[in-house]
Design a protein around this ligand. Structure first.
Ligand code: GTP
Ligand code: MG
Length: 555
């Protein structure tokens, strides 16, 4: 005989027997509640003064019998039953409430939404132990905004016979939705989450950027959740109510991944993954993933892989359960054949190898740069926040076709072009990888090499997307990164781009605050003042440098 779960301590032998005998019951197929079972549950419940539940399969078999306390039931692990996207669980949950007036509770609704029972029923008892009412609720298709829907309570003599039809319809709609989603070309379907103590406006701006990052990763965004907390709590990043809500939304929307705007510690990743049962990553992992997709050159690929492994290494210790969900797909993409299920030792070995390879590539590049410098061609480097229009500017200035796209991190590997000015001055103009707020430390170190190019720049063009509402913050981030890279000694021209998408007032405000030039990188005609400025700067530079620093007769 199968065991009765839950709170069975203190029950008499015949009471236990009676509970056990529930396993022998057969119910009609489908989802309905049957009157005989309701009466029997009520009678047992009345006898033992505890709630009782049975979980019945679609074939009508009683799979689990659970005894509770007078006011609640702990649902055990339901072996063999896992909620799948587009499906209900395949079990109806029928239980008793001892109090006559007590219909379905909030907890009942949460359990229903989280576990996705086919149907949730509560049988309430009259004081003498017979059935008073049967309350039922089912999962919805999500269109109403509510995850569950409660039906009017039924008297025991009038149990409705259309429950099968209602629930079947819901499940058909759920699976239809799932098929539509699965047929889409997005790689993942995400719920974006931000838990922060920052002011709402700032948090929203940051979430918008996270959305852009996700879009760059070919991720569909199903929902965005923002929780502003007064105090941060590293142990419970999110309250359990909020996490339940997210878990329910994830199932309802068929989300395959949760992406946090905040960096998650290994322990946080694990505890959240354990509850939501889908992949959990943070902003840093997503940025690393984008870099992994975009890297073109050998050095770029080596750098990204190194950064990913360094980020993953401390997370490998605790990732036993979460690990299987973290491999593959977004956040688990190695640019090479390396998969992240590598064990720690192999990860360390790989880190050493990569570092060596990068060292040797770097040496080669250093030699190239030295050669170029000797020729004394001035270098102008375009820097700026990602998506500001750096590559577009390079293209328009030099009539070339570097990839420019409305995506974050369209450019990963620097490219250089020659640009000749009327006064017979020639410069090398380089495009660089975009900057971003809180650039992952691992990437910062790795990309310092790529950005080393910048050290030999004679002039930096700091391109700013004037149309972005966050542009002040972006300017600040870029300036911080330049300072971190010790590049803040190189002369910088601030250039406000996308002027076509700003109004007069905004331009005046920005120009009062920062000075700088306004351009539209898409429109060559707007670049003339900029070209003059570059030319002037370079000219001063050459004349300044000529007598003392560069007496080379070749020049
Ligand atoms: N409206 C408008 N859009 C622009 C302008 N300049 C660039 N864009 C658009 O902005 C988007 C980003 O341009 P990119 O040149 O790829 O930007 P980037 O700074 O190189 O970006 P990353 O390489 O991703 O860091 C593209 O869709 C461009 O077409 C402009 O002056 N006006
Ligand atoms: Mg670019």
């Amino acid at each position: 005989m199968k065991k009765v779960h839950g709170h069975t301590d203190g029950l008499k032998a015949n009471q236990k027997k009676r509970l056990e005998s529930l396993y022998r019951r057969r119910l009609p197929q489908g989802y309905a509640v049957n009157a005989e079972l309701a009466h029997e549950l009520a009678a047992i419940s009345h006898d033992i003064r505890r709630q009782v539940a049975v979980l019945v399969s679609r074939a009508g078999k009683v799979e689990f019998v659970i005894a509770g306390t007078p006011d609640q039931i702990y649902i055990p692990e339901l072996k063999g039953y896992t909620p799948l996207p587009g499906r209900l669980l395949g079990l109806r949950y029928i239980h008793t409430h001892l109090k006559e007036g007590e219909g379905l509770t909030r907890d009942d609704h949460t359990d229903l939404a989280l576990l996705r029972f086919d149907l949730m029923a509560a049988v309430t008892l009259t004081p003498d132990g017979s059935v008073h009412r049967v309350h039922t609720a089912h999962v919805t298709t999500g269109d109403s905004g509510e995850p569950t829907r409660e039906l009017p309570p039924m008297a025991p003599g009038h149990l409705r016979d259309d429950l099968d039809a209602i629930v079947r319809e819901v499940e058909e709609e759920l699976s239809r939705k799932e098929r539509v989603l699965a047929a889409g070309d997005a790689e993942e379907r995400a719920i974006l989450v931000s838990v922060t103590t920052r002011p709402r406006k700032e948090a929203m701006g940051s979430l918008r950027e996270l959305e852009e990052l996700a879009r760059s990763c070919n991720i569909d965004i199903m929902e965005t959740v923002l929780q502003i907390r007064k105090k941060s709590d590293p142990k419970h990043l999110l309250g359990s109510g909020k996490l339940n809500e997210i878990t329910i939304a994830a199932m309802q929307k068929g989300a395959s991944i949760l992406i946090f705007d905040q960096e998650l510690s290994p322990a946080q990743i694990r505890s959240i993954t354990d509850q939501v049962e889908i992949k959990v990553i943070d902003r840093t992992q997503m940025i690393l993933d984008i870099f992994a997709r975009r890297a073109q050159t050998r050095e770029g690929k080596l750098q990204v892989e190194l950064a990913q492994l360094k980020y993953m290494l401390p997370r490998l210790i605790t990732l036993n359960t979460a690990m299987s969900r973290l491999t593959g797909g977004i956040g688990g993409r190695g640019p090479g054949e390396t998969k992240l299920e590598l064990n720690r030792r192999r990860v360390r070995d790989r880190i050493t190898t990569l570092s060596k390879q990068i060292e040797s590539v770097k040496k080669q590049r250093g030699q190239q740069r030295a050669r170029r410098n000797r020729k004394g061609v001035p270098v102008v480097s375009i820097v700026g926040y990602t998506n500001a229009g750096k590559s577009t500017l390079l293209n328009t200035l030099t009539q070339s076709r570097v990839l420019a796209e409305d995506r974050l991190f369209a450019t990963l590997d620097p490219s250089s072009r020659r640009l000749r000015f009327p006064k017979d001055i020639e410069v090398i103009i380089t495009d660089t990888v975009g900057f971003i707020r809180d650039l992952p430390k691992e990437l910062m170190v790795s990309f310092r090499a790529t950005l080393e190019e910048l050290e030999s720049a004679d002039l930096l063009l700091h391109i700013i997307d004037a149309s972005n509402p966050q542009c002040e913050k972006q300017i600040e981030s870029v300036e911080n990164i330049l300072a971190d890279l010790k590049l803040d000694t190189i002369p910088v021209l601030k250039i406000f781009n996308k002027m076509d998408q700003t109004d007069e007032e905004r331009r005046e405000g920005l120009s009062r605050e920062h000075g700088g030039l306004f351009i539209s990188a898409l429109n060559r005609a707007t670049l003339t003042p900029l070209l003059h400025r570059i030319e002037d700067q370079i000219e001063t530079l050459i004349t300044d440098n000529l007598p003392d620093e560069d007496p080379d007769p070749e020049e």
